[in-house]
Ligand binder design. Structure first.
Ligand SMILES: Nc1ncnc2c1ncn2[C@@H]1O[C@H](COP(=O)(O)OP(=O)(O)OP(=O)(O)O)[C@@H](O)[C@H]1O
Ligand SMILES: [Mg+2]
Length: 637
């Protein structure tokens, strides 16, 4: 069966803690929150041990113990009182109420358990027989009656002693612990001192100015690098930092002035303010603050104050806030600022020099670029000039080729002309003879005679031959500088004469002729019969082209044109196929049936126009019509 323990404790937490500890060690535990509640429980069921606190409401631990020890039915239950031992009179009180054991609070768990174990394994005390008469004692001027028996008294005193010894042991333990800690602390302080010393000598020897200022902005430390400004560190200790700052810059870099300006405005990490008396630490501390420092001034003999060496030094400041713990709160408090000042005057000068050099370089580069642009432009002009020359050359080449072709053509025609003239001349005489003979025979033959018609056919054919020969002669003669005289005349009578010649055909074939002659058209120098032949050839060709057409129209136009006159003869005839068009001016080219055309008409025409220093061109479209355009100069030069 498990031993039962009653815990009497007004603090629920402490009671539960004890309960848990004892239950873990296999005891059955009940809790009462004061002496009265405990007494009720004990009367109902006796525990093997009562562990009771002393100070409790309703009924305290002494009273509870007294009630139990003076109750015959309960007195053998051992009672352990928990005391804080602040007062030795508690021991007397414990003896008075016959408490069995004392245990000091706070309980050492191991000690408590070993004590509980030893109490519960000891034989039950025989109080009743051993109780003696009350023993009168005086302690601290007060009388006390002690009823307890010797064993109980011894137990109580022993447990008191044990408690005291335990407390003593704990104290000694704590003392040796604190001694060890103290030793460690001393070591740390020593290390700290050494490190501080090392740090201090480092700080003192670095070429940068290292400063520390207090919450008010007064220097509390400066290394010897401050001598760069002409000061000894002690000149400035206790002085406000603004003393070494260019007066114009003070408001830009001191916390009190800057925060006034930025009140209510938010700054991010990029536009974060930079301060000489920085309070912030970590990422937000000041780095790269550029500031002008003033050097120490000295009085010279005349009483004038002048700077020592260079008046201003450009410096870069990095600073951070220093915060320390306050002894009476966990909050850290602002102690001051520590910072490093680096002289960057030379760097700035170098930067300025570089900037100037760069600007100079940029100007030079731009000049060079402009020059290059100009050269480029000139080159482009030159290239364009070359291109123009090449184009001109190409044009000349084409012209040359054309002239060459023309020359070959002229040569060909010239040779042909000489030959034709010879043949024509030779043929002319016998042909005239043949014509005379034939006409003689016709005259002596009756019309009804069958031979009459044959002779008539022969006469017509001979006449045709004669006309061909005549044409050939005209052609060759024109080629050899036509003999006819030039005279100034209008084109109008020329057209009228030719149209009269063709009137019979025009009427028979039902062709409509329209003429448009500009009144301003001047007379031109011409060989009349030659130009008449030109007009006859053109109109003859036009009439031939209209033969198969329903729409039969010929238009004649004459108008002045830049020192020349333009003559147009157009028809609504069959048109010229494109493959023939380039060759129509070649001699003997004809598309007409054998016996109808010689192919000399246009060839002769062109020779005549050339003889007049003019031009002839042709535009034609099959099924639409043909247009010949003549350009004849007014004067021959
Ligand atoms: N107005 C035109 N319409 C259509 N074809 C034309 C016209 N004029 C000339 N031609 C074509 O050009 C060819 C050459 O004309 P060209 O006057 O030199 O000779 P031809 O008329 O055939 O013969 P010829 O004039 O000696 O009687 C013609 O056969 C014809 O095919
Ligand atoms: Mg013709």
């Amino acid at each position: 069966m498990k031993n039962q323990i009653l815990i009497v404790e007004d603090s629920r937490t402490q009671a539960e803690f004890l309960k848990l500890l004892l239950e873990e060690n296999d005891y059955k535990v009940a809790i009462a929150l004061n002496g009265k509640e405990a007494l009720d429980l004990v009367r109902r069921r006796k525990p093997h041990l009562i562990i009771s606190d002393i100070n409790m409401p309703v009924m305290d631990g002494f009273e509870l113990c007294h009630r139990i020890k003076f109750d015959v039915g309960l007195m053998e239950i051992p009672v352990m009182l928990l005391t804080s031992f602040s007062d030795p009179s508690d021991v007397i009180r414990g003896l008075e109420v016959m408490a069995d054991y004392y245990l000091t609070k706070p309980c050492n768990e191991v000690y408590l358990l070993s004590k509980v174990r030893s109490i519960l394994s000891a034989p039950a005390p025989q109080h009743r027989e051993e109780i003696q008469k009350g023993l009168e004692i005086t302690f601290e001027g007060k009388d006390h009656t002690i009823y307890t028996n010797r064993r109980q008294m011894l137990n109580l005193l022993l447990s008191t002693y044990e408690n005291a010894a335990e407390t003593n042991r704990q104290l000694r333990e704590a003392q040796s612990e604190s001694e060890a800690l103290n030793k460690q602390l001393k070591l740390k302080i020593y290390e700290l001192k050494v490190s501080e010393e090392r740090f201090r000598s480092l700080v003192l020897t670095v070429p940068d100015i290292v400063y520390r200022i207090d919450q008010e902005g007064s220097f509390t430390f400066l290394n010897s690098a401050i001598e760069q400004l002409g000061y000894a560190p002690e000149d400035l200790i206790g002085e406000h930092f603004s003393k070494i700052i260019n007066p114009a810059d003070v408001d830009k870099i001191s916390l009190s002035a800057v925060t006034k300006k930025y009140k209510g405005k938010k700054t991010g990490p990029k536009d974060s303010l930079k301060l000489f008396d920085e309070r912030r630490t970590g990422d937000r501390k000041t780095s790269g603050l550029e500031v002008k420092l003033v050097t120490k001034r000295r009085k010279i003999k005349t009483g004038v104050i002048e700077p020592l060496g260079e008046e201003m030094i450009v410096a870069e400041v990095n600073s951070t806030g220093m915060w320390g713990g306050s002894p009476d709160s966990n909050r850290s408090v602002f102690i001051g600022t520590v910072g490093v000042i680096r002289d960057i005057t030379d760097r700035k000068k170098l930067e300025n020099g570089l900037r100037k050099a760069r600007n100079g370089l940029e100007i030079k580069v731009s000049e060079k670029t402009q020059n290059l642009f100009k050269i480029n432009k000139d080159l482009r002009h030159e290239v364009e000039g070359h291109k123009r020359t090449t184009d001109e050359l190409r044009l000349r080449e084409t012209e040359l080729l054309e002239a060459q072709a023309q020359l070959i053509q002229t040569e060909k025609i010239g040779a042909l002309g000489t030959m034709t003239a010879g043949i024509a001349h030779e043929l002319n005489n016998p042909m005239m003879g043949m014509l005379n003979f034939t006409q003689y025979c016709i005259r002596h033959t009756e019309e009804k005679d069958k031979r009459y018609a044959i002779l008539k056919d022969t006469e017509r054919e001979i006449k045709r031959c004669a006309s061909i020969v005549q044409n050939l002669l005209t052609f060759s003669r024109i080629e050899k500088e036509g003999e006819e005289k030039l005279q100034k005349m209008s084109m109008t009578p020329l057209f009228e004469r030719v149209l009269r010649l063709l009137a019979f055909r025009i009427e028979k074939e039902n062709v409509s002729i329209s003429q448009h002659v500009d009144e301003r058209t001047p007379d031109i120098m011409m060989k009349v019969s030659n130009l008449q032949q030109v007009v006859l050839n053109l109109l003859g060709n036009a009439l031939d082209a209209l033969k198969e057409n329903d729409k039969k129209e010929i238009r004649i136009g004459v108008r002045p044109e830049n020192g020349s006159i333009q003559v147009i003869v157009s028809d609504s005839g069959c048109g010229i196929p494109p493959e023939i068009l380039p060759r129509i001016f070649d001699p003997f080219l004809t598309t007409k049936p054998i016996g109808e055309g010689t192919g000399l008409g246009l060839s002769v025409t062109r020779s005549i126009i050339k003889d007049h220093k003019g031009e002839i061109t042709c535009k034609s479209e099959v099924g639409v019509g043909t247009e010949f355009i003549l350009l004849l100069p007014i004067e021959h030069k």
